[in-house]
Design a protein around this ligand. Structure first.
Ligand SMILES: O=P(O)(O)OC[C@H]1O[C@H](OP(=O)(O)OP(=O)(O)O)[C@H](O)[C@@H]1O
Ligand code: HPA
Length: 185
């Protein structure tokens, strides 16, 4: 875990990428798009913990149609800033058969996490799979996964805030920040 001093220093040297106001407006647009597509289908909405807790908390009250809710918990970054193997910590496999599933995640980076979740959800018998992400990171590479609903895009920098962590910290920030860009990027 980071010290308090180091945690505060990270924020002081970071760049603000999206304010709370921008994120809130984006949330309403996403909710409208999701409503257009899924409002008659009583979807099972799965939020991907931990990162999407803040996104889910703001988006769900804007989805004013019948739905069911549960969560998946996976970790691929393990509080680091580059990804590795996926650890499956919670997966509600018994609930998925014949469901229209909407998975909501904070960030689509390399796309590995959501590609694996989609495979598992469909293997468990879901009728269809949709995904909504708050951030789609422009990695400059072809991804194995595209989201159906995308909030905002960001350049290929490590970002945190609004649910996303930096070494486990700052998920609680109401805006999105990026670590200083590396020279040459
Ligand atoms: O597109 P990818 O490169 O696979 O990365 C995206 C995933 O990484 C983060 O989760 P993380 O493993 O950090 O766990 P967390 O949600 O607990 O922070 C984020 O919340 C996404 O689920
Ligand atoms: O840039 C990121 N920030 C936080 N979590 C992440 N998971 C994948 N990429 C990121």
């Amino acid at each position: 875990m980071l010290t308090r001093e180091k945690t505060e220093q990270i924020l002081r040297t970071a760049d603000l990428m999206y304010s709370f106001e921008t994120i809130e407006a984006t949330m309403q647009r996403l909710a409208d798009e999701i409503t257009d597509k899924l409002s008659t289908q009583c979807p099972l909405v799965l939020c991907v913990m931990k990162g999407s807790i803040v996104f889910a908390g703001h988006l769900l009250p804007k989805l004013t149609f019948p739905l069911n809710f549960d969560y998946v918990q996976v970790s691929r970054y393990h509080n680091k800033i580059s990804g590795g193997e996926i650890d499956w910590l919670m997966f509600p496999q018994d609930e998925l058969k014949d469901q229209v599933v909407l998975v909501i995640d904070d960030i689509l980076d390399e796309g590995i996490t959501l590609a694996e979740i989609r495979k598992k959800v469909l293997d468990c018998g879901a009728r269809s799979f949709y995904s909504a992400v708050l951030i789609d990171k422009d990695t400059g590479k072809v991804k194995s996964f595209q989201a159906d609903f995308v909030g905002l895009t960001l350049p290929d920098r490590y970002v945190f805030g609004f649910g996303m962590d930096i070494h486990g910290a700052w998920r609680n920030l109401p805006a999105i920040y990026a670590l200083p860009s590396e020279p040459g990027k």
